[in-house]
Write a protein that binds this ligand. Structure first.
Ligand SMILES: CC(C)(COP(=O)(O)OP(=O)(O)OC[C@H]1O[C@@H](n2cnc3c(N)ncnc32)[C@H](O)[C@@H]1OP(=O)(O)O)[C@@H](O)C(=O)NCCC(=O)NCCS
Length: 437
């Protein structure tokens, strides 16, 4: 379920898809290792580094392509990273259930632009999609820049696994994904208006507004899969809606995704479930701002200018118009939107300036989780810190409401939101894909 993600500045990360990308990955790996003085051009290991075709065949070869963006030339490979599951010839340290990262390399001419971070973030998302309960990598003491990056992403030293080989000290680092909320909690924060049970598959129906509320959660294996499929398709077809399945680690039966693709379904959106553990602490480890003071003052903490925040236990028309305006355009059915977002206990935050509502977010509660959703800033007010301030305020509200952890869902290709959430300390915990016909 490899996602196409765009994270670093003007960089797109994906599994190498063409012979040119694979060859480019080989060249970039060699160039990076040579320029860092990690080996000489004559060293036999350069052949292995250059042989990206083998890595693509026997593991997952990610490439970072850049530059991308309006007016950019044809992008080329500026970085690469390999993911190897336990048992792959490329896994040297991975134990069962672990994914190992190998040969992170960024072209010497493309450094300092977030390419390495984009590759690593993408790899962590990919690793959780593969079901990894841990990600490992080995590094040399001399790779200082990489160490800072690994630390920022949450890798920790595992000295008991360090090795001394061929006169070299290899240090092992581990990253453990946060606990995922699970489909039941996710669904509880965004319940469809109607749910039809088709032999264990939960068919959500909500007038076609949002895939989340209009898709099948295939959580149990039906006795007769072909019959269940036909019934589900009839169910949506009778309502004039496309059939959409959410497929991920929890989907039943195994192999459902391939079955649906063979039946003419197309993947439409790869989505990451990101988690922030330990609410009440800011990502930099300090105490959170005092929400009572910040909210009582009516000002968004950290926002320059006169943008005021309010919180309500139901969305007003301005809140709904702001959210649906960006999501679905002016023609959205506000009443339908209201019925969907008010299906669970939630708080609705609005940011207002003298032009009206310029940003919104929703925090919904299930168990000890707060699910953030609907984050929207109107285009004219972007890149002024509002998205960050709204997210932080929603987390404060969530902490005050007793939530201990927060999750959100973001499409893997959503550049801005992905960067924002990563900065706030959210980490990948799960990944799923919608397939539609
Ligand atoms: C995502 C969104 C809410 C961000 O709102 P915003 O007010 O522009 O965000 P901020 O100004 O607080 O940005 C905070 C940081 O996020 C990152 N970021 C935000 N937008 C970005 C973009 N388009 N590209 C790259 N990074 C971006 C930056 O690191 C930014 O910090 P910086 O400006 O200091 O570099 C806004 O782009 C939006 O409404 N998008 C459409 C709806 C959407 O995708 N919502 C998220 C659904 S999960």
């Amino acid at each position: 379920m490899t996602a196409l993600t765009e994270q670093g500045r003007g960089v797109r990360v994906r599994a190498a898809a063409t012979p040119a990308e694979i060859a480019g990955a080989g060249e970039v790996t060699v160039a990076a290792y040579l320029s860092d003085g990690l080996l000489t051009a004559e060293h036999p290991y350069t052949r292995e580094l250059r042989d990206a075709a083998r890595r693509a065949a026997e593991a997952t070869l990610l490439v970072a392509l850049g530059p991308v963006g309006p007016g950019s030339a044809e992008p080329s490979v500026v970085g690469t990273l390999t993911l190897a599951r336990h048992g792959s010839p490329w896994a040297e340290f991975a134990q069962p259930g672990e994914v190992e990262l190998r040969m992170l390399a960024v072209d010497p001419g493309a450094r300092g632009r977030g390419v390495g971070e984009a590759l690593l973030r993408s790899a962590l998302g990919e690793a959780v999609a593969l079901g990894a309960h841990r990600v490992v990598l080995s590094t040399l003491d001399s790779m200082r820049t990489a160490h800072r990056l690994y630390g920022r992403l949450g890798f920790v030293a595992a000295p008991a696994r360090d090795r001394h080989e061929h006169g070299i000290d290899l240090r092992v680092l581990e990253w453990t994904p946060p606990l995922a909320p699970g489909v039941a909690v996710e669904a509880a924060t965004w319940p469809p208006l109607e749910v039809v049970d088709v032999d264990g598959w939960r068919v959500g129906i909500s007038g076609g507004f949002t895939r989340r509320a209009n898709s099948v959660l295939p959580l149990a294996e039906p006795g007769d899969v072909a019959d269940a499929l036909a019934r589900v398709e009839r169910c949506y077809g009778e309502r004039g809606l496309p059939t959409v399945f959410r497929v991920g680690r929890e989907s039943r039966p195994d192999g459902l995704r391939d079955l649906l693709l063979a039946r003419g379904y197309a993947p439409v959106a790869v989505t990451d479930v990101l988690v922030l553990d330990g609410l009440g602490l800011t990502p930099d480890g300090g105490a959170s701002s005092d929400p009572t003071t910040d909210l009582a003052s009516g000002m968004l903490p950290g926002v320059i200018g006169d943008v005021a925040l309010d919180i309500a236990d139901a969305p007003d028309e301005a809140w709904l118009t702001c959210w649906t305006g960006v999501k679905a355009g002016a023609s959205a059915d506000l009443d339908l939107a209201r019925r969907i977002v008010t299906g669970s206990r939630a708080a609705y935050l609005s940011a207002r300036d003298d032009t009206g509502v310029v940003g919104v977010i929703r925090a919904a509660f299930a168990d000890d989780w707060a699910g953030l959703s609907c984050l929207t800033v109107v285009p004219a007010a972007r890149r002024r810190g509002l998205g960050r301030a709204l997210t932080r305020a929603a987390l404060d509200v969530a902490a005050r409401s007793g939530a201990r952890r927060s999750f959100l869902q973001v499409e893997a290709g959503n550049v801005g939101a992905g960067a924002l959430y990563a900065q706030m300390g959210f980490q990948p915990a799960d990944r799923y894909c919608y397939v539609e016909r």
